[in-house]
Write a protein that binds this ligand. Structure first.
Ligand code: UFG
Length: 337
């Protein structure tokens, strides 16, 4: 069309994954030109609703250079990474290689082809166990697992490169991302997902015999952990705003992405039972190692500086969209061919 965004061509690494596919959707709805680069280790071609998909790995520097030479990107959104905390403890080098070394390959290639705008998927895991919540962006970075450490290392590299080159970046630190597409086209498709809302919904569907609540003796009102759950479409909007901010000449920055309030594990389970209408069995289990008692974003910076205004700050909506998605992939397993 004649939209100004036709002028902007964006590379999205990991664009076939859960969060990446929602970002691609948000870009596509606004007429950006999109190239997705994804090794399909967890992503699905069917999740890419807009743009072109190139199946490739960031470790493949020949292909990466080829793609950058052929396409002329205005910006990169770097989403691809491994995300499972306890796997990162068991196999740290897997995380340092994919999340850190491969990010360096990408950043280096950006510099070589003069792609000077980058949005990076970071995480609240960079804060480790914060001593005060809501947590602001200037809180100390004290990751307690290799997953969080790998993200801190990329943030450090981005910062240093932004000093040495005309390169600018926005790092978005996601809190607990959940929910699915309003039209149920895309959602969390990993069979081995560990996230609370996905696991609860799959328990409601009878795929698990019970849901474990990990820890009931935390220093929180009901003893279970508190998290800031954010709908994936609101997170996708934050990426659009970050991209537009860089396009307009904005400088490098780091933003928390969360709603600024939390729900406990017990509260989430109660809402999942309410939304689904299914009273599935719950077991009160031991703490899971490495879980901070409470993780809540202070997101006033992104609201103020980028004008981010979330539309889905509603736990029931988050759960409802995820529930529709879970039912769809159960009854229609070919949803993501
Ligand atoms: N939980 C349960 N039972 C489950 C699954 C989770 O009780 O079956 C609890 C966890 O112990 C935790 C809370 O639910 O207290 C949320 O757990 P998730 O696994 O859904 O999410 P996390 O907060 O552990 O992790 C998320 C991202 C990570 C990221 C982290 C911090 O998945 O990638 O936030 O940003 F590192």
């Amino acid at each position: 069309g004649c939209n100004i965004n036709a002028m902007m061509k964006v590379l999205v690494t990991g664009g076939a994954g859960y969060i990446g596919s929602h970002i691609v959707k948000a870009l596509g709805e606004r007429q950006y030109e999109i190239v997705v680069y994804d090794n399909l280790s967890y992503g699905h071609p069917g999740a890419v609703l807009y743009g072109r998909l190139i199946q490739g790995d960031l470790a493949d520097q020949v292909l990466l250079h080829d793609v950058f030479r052929r396409e002329r990107f205005d910006a990169v959104i770097h989403m691809s990474a491994f995300i499972v905390v306890d796997e990162s403890i068991r196999d740290p080098l897997k995380y340092y290689r994919n999340n850190f070394v491969n990010a360096l390959n990408l950043i280096e290639t950006c510099l070589q082809y003069r792609v000077y705008a980058c949005i990076f998927s970071s995480t609240a895991a960079v804060y480790g166990i914060p001593d005060k919540v809501p947590v602001t962006e200037d809180s100390p970075l004290l990751p307690i697992n290799p997953y969080g450490a790998s993200k801190v290392m990329v943030e450090q590299a981005l910062h240093d490169v932004s000093i040495s080159a005309p390169f600018r970046y926005i790092s978005l630190r996601y809190f607990n991302v959940a929910g699915a597409d309003r039209l149920t086209r895309i959602g969390q498709a990993r069979k081995d997902a560990t996230h609370l809302i996905t696991v609860s919904l799959r328990t409601a569907l009878g795929k698990n015999n019970y849901l474990d609540i990990f820890g009931t003796d935390y220093p929180t009102p009901d003893g279970t952990c508190i998290r800031d759950y954010i709908h994936v479409d609101d997170l996708a909007d934050a990426h659009i705003l970050a991209l537009e901010y860089l396009r307009k000449g904005g400088g490098s920055a780091i933003y928390n992405c969360g709603y600024g309030h939390g729900a406990s594990v017990q509260e989430v389970v109660n809402r999942v039972k309410y939304v689904t209408g299914i009273d599935f069995p719950v077991r009160y289990a031991d703490r899971r190692p490495g879980d901070p008692p409470a993780l809540i974003a202070d997101a006033s910076k992104i609201r103020k500086e980028l004008g981010w205004t979330p539309k889905h700050d509603d736990l029931d909506y988050i759960i409802r969209t995820a529930w529709e998605w879970e039912k769809k992939i159960t009854t229609t397993p070919q949803t993501h061919p």
